[in-house]
Every structure is written in structure tokens, then in C-alpha cells.
Design a protein around this ligand. Structure first.
Ligand SMILES: Nc1nc2c(ncn2[C@@H]2O[C@H](COP(=O)(O)OP(=O)(O)O)[C@@H](O)[C@H]2O)c(=O)[nH]1
Ligand SMILES: [Mg+2]
Ligand SMILES: [Zn+2]
Length: 371
């Protein structure tokens, strides 16, 4: 039985089971999208809590009354990355024991291809409403990186906002706003000095009560400083030097969801040097909609846009209507996406075959034992 949105408060009040739903939880971002997933039985047996951090062996959750660690137990760590709790997830916990009952369906999920040799997807955060793509008004700014982040945001189902930092150090910060516009005409842009709270009003307007915002961007662009200034506290270490210990090793920095004093939740995502794309589905065609619609006008359906006759993409390049850099980045991302997605598909097929073999072997043994 599903309990629907508006009915929940009445339901909870009538039955005295008010634990799963209170205003502290809605401040944490709980909406009917999630509460509708609970059965009446789960209302009896479970508590709802949001994952604010995931560390090696424990999960930190906030249940509206505060944060505490829960050990997931069971076989959670053997599950595929997408079935494991990540920062921002909503969990159902056993009412007495804090045992993990299940993960609620996600509204959005931000993921990348894992860095290194392991061919698997890695979840970065779940149930993010708005993604702040943080980049600086200096040489760090790259259109191609912005396009990559936009593709990931589009695929995740998250609204992007570009936050241009270090405006105080730039001769003309508006130049960078114009460069963002060449990538996407409609994406909102906020120009800030993260050290100066007075410049953050535009940014704050995005982080209203119950809204979850994640910060992504290269190291050194000012993500942690932005979080600290907005929270009025030194929550995260900032600057290149303090992210390393005395021996120059990177200190363990983990993703953590912070409730801001003015409402809203902010997640600083450190260590995002590599953001490999996979399983983008239609996101690339949406981010590069200009190229996609030109390609539809090419004479040949399978045009490579190299030297084919009647190529609308080439024609746009020659006419100066399309940037060569943009086309090259589109091709690069398409190749990367195809390579990684097929690696993932192969791995899944292998795992399916493997578990089928194991099952067959067990069945075979059982039949023999029964004889
Ligand atoms: N002048 C200026 N410095 C900034 C700004 N944002 C960040 N910084 C500095 O840049 C360095 C890196 O900032 P940090 O927040 O650690 O970047 P993160 O790696 O993205 O978390 C720090 O020394 C900050 O003080 C800004 O808007 N203006
Ligand atoms: Mg940082
Ligand atoms: Zn073409």
C-alpha cells in the first residue's frame, strides 16, 4: 500500500507515527517524491534518514534529530556501485536497530566512470537539485571542461549553474560570462569572490530551504572557500597546501553534505580531477544540440564530418558558425562515452555469465546430493 504525499501528515498524526516525517526532514530535502515510496508497513517499522557522508566502513546519516553513524552491515558492499548508498541518498532504517532496510529511489544521481583500472561506474552524489559548476575567472576556465560538466549534469537530471570565482582578481570578469554564453546561452551564471559574502547573494538565492546543491570543479577554484563563507564556519580545509599533510600527501577528503544556517544543503565534492563520462545516453546530443542538428542536415546519415560531400557540419565550420574546438570536444566525449559504456556492458555480461555458471554448478550439485 502506498501512502501519498498530502495524506502522510494526517496518516502520521492519526496513528501517532510521526517519526518518519517532520519539518527537520523537509529541511533536509525530504519531499513527497521520497515519502510516497514508503508502504504503510514501512511507516510502522522504519525511520527515514539522509546520507550526509560515506566513509570507508560507515555511513553518516541525519534523521532530522542529528547526525550519527550507521554500519550498513549485510551484503551492502558486495552490491554494484549503483545499489550502494551514496551521499545525498535517502535511506529507510529499522526503527529500533538502525539496520539498513532499503535505499529509496533516487530523484537524480551524479556519476562518473571510476578513475583507475576498475571498469565501473562511481556514484558521486544522489538527489542533488542543482549543480554548481565552479570555475575561475582566469586561465583555469576552459570551455571544454564546462561542456563535460554540462553533459554529466544533463545525464544526472540536475540543473546546472556556473559559478565564476576569483572575480576580484580578474580585469574583466564579464569576459568569462560571455565565454560561458558561447557554450550555452541559457545557463545561469553567478560571478563571485568566494571570500566576500556580499558577492554571494546571487549564489545564495539558489540554495533555498530543502534544496540540495553540489559543488564540482577543479581543485583550487574555491569550492571549499565558498562552502565555508556560506556556512560561516571553517567546515572544509582550503588552499593547495592545507589539502596535503606535511609529507605532501593528499589528506583524506570526503564528500559531505552540509546544512547551511539559512536553509539549503551544500555538498563539496573534492578530488574531481578526472570526470570520465559513460552511459550518457542522449546527454551529449543535448549539450551539443547545435552540432546534433547540423549533423541531421548532412547528406549522408553516417557522415563523419570529415570530407564527405554535403556535410552541414563542415559547412558551418567553414562559415565560422561553429567552433573547431567545440566539434573536437564533442567528438572526444562521444569516443570516451562509447569506449566506457561498451567496457561496462562487457563487464556486466561477463558477470551475468559468471553468476549463471555458479548457479548451474550449485543446482547440479544439489541434484546429485538429492539422488
Ligand atoms: N581572491 C580570491 N581567492 C579565492 C577565491 N576563491 C578561492 N580563493 C583562494 O583559492 C585557493 C583555493 O581555494 P579552495 O576553496 O581551497 O579551492 P577548492 O580546491 O575548489 O576547494 C584558496 O587559497 C582560496 O583562498 C576568490 O573568489 N577570490
Ligand atoms: Mg576543497
Ligand atoms: Zn557531416
Amino acid at each position: 500500500v502506498l501512502v501519498h504525499g498530502a495524506a502522510i501528515d494526517t496518516f502520521a498524526a492519526e496513528t501517532g507515527r510521526i517519526r518518519p516525517m517532520n519539518s527537520a526532514l523537509s529541511d533536509l530535502g525530504l519531499t513527497p517524491f521520497f515519502t510516497q515510496q514508503l508502504t504503510t508497513d514501512e511507516f510502522d517499522r522504519c525511520r527515514i534518514a539522509r546520507v550526509t557522508a560515506v566513509q570507508r566502513s560507515e555511513i553518516i546519516v541525519n534523521d532530522g534529530e542529528g547526525e550519527h553513524a550507521v554500519a550498513p552491515g549485510g551484503n551492502w558492499y558486495q552490491r554494484s556501485p549503483e545499489e550502494r548508498p551514496t551521499v545525498g541518498d535517502w535511506l529507510l532504517l529499522d526503527i529500533d536497530q538502525d539496520k539498513l532496510v532499503r535505499l529509496l529511489e533516487r530523484k537524480s544521481v551524479f556519476k562518473r566512470m571510476a578513475v583507475g583500472t576498475k571498469a565501473e561506474l562511481q556514484l558521486i552524489a544522489a538527489n542533488i537539485d542543482t549543480l554548481f559548476i565552479v570555475t575561475s575567472c582566469n586561465d583555469e576556465f576552459k570551455e571544454s571542461r564546462l561542456e563535460r560538466y554540462l553533459a554529466l549534469a544533463t545525464e544526472a537530471g540536475v540543473d546546472p549553474v556556473v559559478v565564476l570565482t576569483k572575480a576580484d582578481l580578474a580585469a574583466d570578469p564579464d569576459v568569462f560570462r560571455d565565454r560561458v554564453r558561447t557554450v550555452n546561452r541559457n545557463i545561469p551564471v553567478e560571478i563571485v569572490n568566494t571570500l566576500d559574502g556580499d558577492t554571494l547573494r546571487g549564489v545564495t538565492a539558489w540554495i533555498t530551504k530543502g534544496v540540495t546543491v553540489a559543488l564540482v570543479g577543479s581543485s583550487g577554484v574555491g569550492k571549499s572557500t565558498l562552502l565555508n563563507t556560506l556556512s560561516g564556519r571553517e567546515l572544509m580545509a582550503t588552499g593547495e597546501i592545507r589539502e596535503q599533510d606535511a609529507k605532501g600527501r593528499h589528506t583524506t577528503s570526503f564528500r559531505s553534505l552540509h546544512l547551511l544556517p539559512g536553509g539549503g544543503l551544500l555538498l563539496d565534492v573534492p578530488g574531481m580531477r578526472e570526470l570520465k563520462v559513460a552511459q550518457l545516453d542522449k546527454a551529449l546530443d543535448s549539450v551539443f544540440d547545435d552540432i546534433a542538428s547540423l549533423a541531421r542536415q548532412c547528406r549522408f546519415g553516417d557522415c563523419d564530418h570529415n570530407a564527405e560531400p554535403g556535410c552541414a557540419v563542415r559547412a558551418a565550420l567553414d562559415a565560422g558558425q561553429l567552433d573547431e574546438r567545440r566539434l573536437n570536444n564533442y567528438r572526444k566525449l562521444v569516443r570516451e562515452e562509447q569506449r566506457n559504456s561498451s567496457t561496462l556492458a562487457e563487464k556486466r555480461q561477463y558477470e551475468r555469465q559468471f553468476s549463471r555458471h555458479v548457479k548451474e554448478a550449485i543446482d547440479h550439485k544439489r541434484r546429485r546430493d538429492d539422488d
